[in-house]
Unconditional design. Structure first.
Length: 396
């Protein structure tokens, strides 16, 4: 369910035997701490420990109460023990593929499970794993949260780019669902593309901070032109990419990605000097500031009233060594979806801080981001129906 009314709740409105009156909320499942725990647990014992140490309430003195304090950590683990096993699937061409866990990178840590990675590296010469959205979102969290937890070190990064997306970052008109794609996205426009490449260069700059070689995968559209691909490749190399390759796997399958695979293989063999963005010894505020400035390009951080006190409380409660899992829009390097390209001269607003003690990170909420989405003005269900013959319409 994604009902806006679930974002803020009051429960136990009945008599005292129905429990104490309290305020609560729902998160969409992909943003829940249980989802993060599933993705970050390295084995069954780790799953049990993480579920047990989830903070689910506070006593009158402000001390955190865990799932184990309520005696439910074991039962939760029993419910989740089979979900811990990665799902082995295959691609259309027969390659093995693990599909496991689904945290979104804008409101969670945005990566598939450590369990799947640990299994995959034992079965394959090369493992490709997804980090959701961009280098500012899923990739930063992949390195600073997932790699920090798993101990695995990547050999290369693949940064996916499209001509259309970069034209949008270059000042192109808004793309509205249900309406025709504006002409500039379907015709050659080198000026608009070049303006938007500032966004690609910013992402490559983020990757460079981690000391890992990056290959840009230019995801081709039929309306792209060779001149646009040539410009994009030239600018990607200028911005520090190890290589930039046009891919057409959407049309040709594996053959359409063969050049990309060869480029990634070379990049994986190239020298690297992997490093995390920040040490765990930095204070929570310093970690947030580091991500805001070094990853997003912000001039600084602005906190809502009470946030500094909350950070101090978490620091003094023993959570100061945890990494940061930012929640912000995926449409911009900033917190504001309208700020395209590589915006400068802005500050990152933090309105709320959440502790995920079981998952093992602190989650600041930036700007207007919400962890419980709402339905659009015309939800899809309004166009779904079934006729007298049982034929379902409007589902796809």
């Amino acid at each position: 369910m994604n009902d806006r009314g679930l974002r803020h709740l009051i429960t136990a409105l009945g008599s005292t035997v129905d429990g104490p009156l309290r305020q609560g909320r729902f998160d969409i499942s992909v943003a829940s701490e249980v989802m993060a725990i599933l993705a970050l647990a390295s084995d069954l014992g780790d799953l049990r420990r993480r579920l047990g140490r989830m903070i689910v309430a506070y006593d009158k003195k402000g001390r955190g109460l865990s799932a184990d304090d309520f005696g439910v950590g074991g039962a939760m683990t029993v419910l989740m023990k089979d979900a811990l096993k990665p799902n082995l699937m295959q691609t259309l061409e027969g390659q093995g593929s693990f599909v496991h866990a689904g945290p979104f990178a804008n409101i969670a840590h945005g990566n598939s499970s450590i369990m799947a990675d640990l299994m995959a590296v034992r079965f394959s010469d090369y493992v490709v794993t997804e980090a959701g959205f961009g280098s500012d979102m899923g990739m930063e969290k992949f390195f600073d949260i997932k790699c920090r937890s798993s101990g695995l070190v990547p050999d290369a990064v693949v940064l996916v780019a499209t001509v259309r997306a970069l034209k949008s970052h270059g000042g192109g008109p808004a793309v509205v669902p249900g309406k025709s794609l504006p002409k500039v996205y379907r015709e050659e426009n080198l000026e608009l593309l070049k303006n938007g490449i500032s966004n690609l260069a910013a992402h490559l700059g983020i990757i460079r901070q981690y000391g890992i070689p990056a290959v840009v995968a230019i995801n081709a559209f039929p309306t792209d032109t060779q001149a646009e691909w040539d410009l994009l490749k030239e600018e990607a190399l200028r911005a520090g990419a190890f290589d930039a390759v046009v891919t057409q796997h959407w049309a040709k399958g594996g053959d359409g990605a063969a050049d990309l695979a060869r480029a990634v293989e070379k990049a994986a063999e190239a020298p690297k000097n992997f490093r995390l963005l920040y040490p765990e010894t930095l204070s929570l505020a310093e970690k947030i500031e580091t991500i805001a400035r070094n990853i997003y390009g912000a001039d600084g951080v602005d906190y809502s009233p009470g946030i500094h006190d909350e950070l101090d409380r978490l620091q003094n409660s023993g959570y100061g060594t945890l990494p940061i899992c930012m929640a912000k829009t995926q449409y911009s390097l900033s917190h504001d979806p309208a700020l395209k390209g590589a915006p400068k001269g802005w500050r990152l607003p933090i309105r709320e801080i959440r502790l995920a003690a079981g998952a093992g990170f602190i989650c600041p909420l930036c700007g207007d981001i919400t962890t419980m989405p709402g339905l659009p003005s015309r939800p899809s269900f309004m166009d779904i129906d079934v006729d007298e013959n049982g034929t379902v319409r409007g589902l796809f």
